[in-house]
Design a protein around this ligand. Structure first.
Ligand code: CUA
Length: 334
């Protein structure tokens, strides 16, 4: 009984010490979404659980090693013990109750994060190698940065243009895989104005580590101002709009505008120039050639470059107006 009480006290002290240590290192960034509240509560319970179970095993182990070690001159065997039904029932039933309790907490938290606000703004999220694209169908705009008004639920309808990606903003806590050929929903209610980053959390190829986009949570009035500005840019300045689009879709990763050779041909002085194709024919880089190259990039491969490198999905992810803006931008580089 004496050993039992000493161990119980040591386990309790150790549990608090380890919990304090784990809490002080800042395991999670500051919370910034309504959905994250129940997740952080769960995380808190698990942190206590981890501290307790670690203490229960390690404290008792170390105590036994020290107190019950074989002392000098001891040569006999240890005390022989038969099994204990009480103990076996206890260590079966208690963990069962604990696991069922945690499962119910997990289910409640899942239901909490899935709660639907019917007035949520829809944002279509298109993930591709290696870019993020955000479209606001109800507002008629698109962006490479995710702008969200604070305090309102947003319904992210996400799909991939190629392989599996994953949407993760640590401050929002939720993470969702994005699959090609399917649309998956993720609902987020940002609660803190600020600058965040969405990074791809699923290994998706050589530039996976750079698949990052800005997330700006702004006030309702700042959001309206941003929407107005985006609408104005798209209609009034196609060259600027085209430049924004190529940034959004990550085109400069492979195409330079200074004449240097990257994975794909440079755009500098491209418009109206003569291009030699892989089969030796020469064509003029007119508007038709440029738009074909965006929509069906394997049709006319430029001499010295490889086919099947540029994604063949831009015909679907860009609408006719967006392609016109990109052409306007490419033509401005002539
Ligand atoms: Cu997309 Cu990793």
């Amino acid at each position: 009984m004496k050993h039992f009480i000493i161990n119980a006290v040591l386990v309790i002290v150790s549990t608090f010490a380890i919990h304090a240590g784990l809490s002080s290192v800042g395991l999670l960034p500051a919370l910034a979404s309504a959905q994250g509240v129940s997740i952080d509560q769960l995380f808190g319970i698990y942190t206590w659980g981890i501290a307790f179970l670690f203490s229960l095993i390690v404290v008792v182990l170390l105590y036994s090693l020290v107190v019950f070690r074989r002392k000098k001159g001891e040569t006999g065997d240890g005390v022989h013990m038969e099994g204990s039904s009480q103990l076996e029932i206890a260590w079966t039933v208690l963990p069962l109750i604990a696991v069922l309790y945690l499962a119910s907490l997990g289910a409640q938290s899942l239901a909490e994060t899935r709660r639907i606000d019917p007035s949520a703004m829809i944002v279509k999220v298109i993930a591709g190698q290696w870019y993020w694209q955000f479209q606001y169908p109800e507002l008629g705009i698109g962006s490479g940065d995710l702008y969200l008004p604070v305090g309102a639920q947003v319904d992210l309808q996400m799909t991939s243009n190629d392989v599996t990606h994953s949407f993760f903003v640590p401050e929002f806590r939720l993470k969702q895989d994005i699959l090609p050929g399917r649309t998956v929903d993720l609902r987020i209610t940002p609660t803190v104005i600020g600058h965040y980053k969405v990074s791809c959390a699923q290994l998706c190829g050589s530039n996976h580590a750079y698949m990052i986009a800005n997330v700006e949570v702004v006030s309702q009035s700042d959001f309206q101002a941003w929407v107005t500005k985006q609408l104005a840019t798209a209609s009034q300045n196609p060259v600027l709009h085209g430049q924004q689009l190529v940034q959004q879709f990550g085109c400069p990763v492979c195409h330079s505008t200074d004449g240097s050779k990257k994975t794909g041909p440079t755009w500098q002085h491209l418009y109206q120039s003569t291009v030699t194709l892989a089969d030796g024919t020469k064509v003029t880089a007119d508007e038709k050639y440029l738009s074909n190259s965006i929509i069906d990039p394997n049709l006319q491969i430029v001499s010295g470059y490889q086919p099947n490198v540029m994604p063949a999905t831009f015909g679907q992810s860009l609408d006719a107006g967006q392609i016109q803006s990109i052409l306007a931008y490419l033509e401005s580089l002539k």
